[in-house]
Design a protein around this ligand. Sequence first.
Ligand SMILES: CC(C)(COP(=O)(O)OP(=O)(O)OC[C@H]1O[C@@H](n2cnc3c(N)ncnc32)[C@H](O)[C@@H]1OP(=O)(O)O)[C@@H](O)C(=O)NCCC(=O)NCCS
Length: 167
Amino acid sequence: MTEPEIAVRPATTADAESIARLYEELHDAEWHGRPPFPIAVEAFLDEVRTALAGSGVRVLVAVIGAEVVGTARVELASRPYGPIAEIRRVVVARAWRRRGIATRLMAAAEDTALALGTGNLRLTVVSSNDGARRFYAGLGYEEFAVRYRKRTARRATDGRGARAGSE
Ligand SMILES: CC(C)(COP(=O)(O)OP(=O)(O)OC[C@H]1O[C@@H](n2cnc3c(N)ncnc32)[C@H](O)[C@@H]1OP(=O)(O)O)[C@@H](O)C(=O)NCCC(=O)NCCS
């Protein structure tokens, strides 16, 4: 069987719904299919549209023909020591995993960061996401920090104090 042709390109607004569905899959993956709270796909759609409109933000998609099968995002941030690129929202559709698609997306994300002016790359993975951790380690990413969270019982002014997400 011949392998399908995979291409990675910048996302357009026409890809927004497909990307939002992939973000839903990512949300499930981070919580092992049992998210403590569901997020409506519309919320992810808002996130994608905001990202597509953002300066210093580049959204990439992996496509096979007309089908969007993966995505990744590069966000440029300035630090006192210079710019860094956060690689975020890396996800490949379940049916297409272990075919090198995320590897292609990461190569494109790194090229994108360089084109934005930095080779200083960062990303965050939920500690329990062993598959993703192995994936990034295989690409040469090293652990350098630990993120903490706390769900305070006090209510935030927007009423969402007890619903800290994975990020
Ligand atoms: C993590 C993820 C993006 C990897 O995508 P992918 O397209 O399957 O990755 P690749 O095929 O490029 O994998 C390259 C190599 O990484 C390693 N790897 C990838 N996924 C792995 C897994 N689940 N467990 C162990 N190693 C893994 C393997 O060494 C793999 O090579 P191999 O298939 O020849 O063994 C994908 O599993 C995914 O979308 N997961 C859900 C979302 C998520 O967790 N995203 C990361 C959060 S930041």
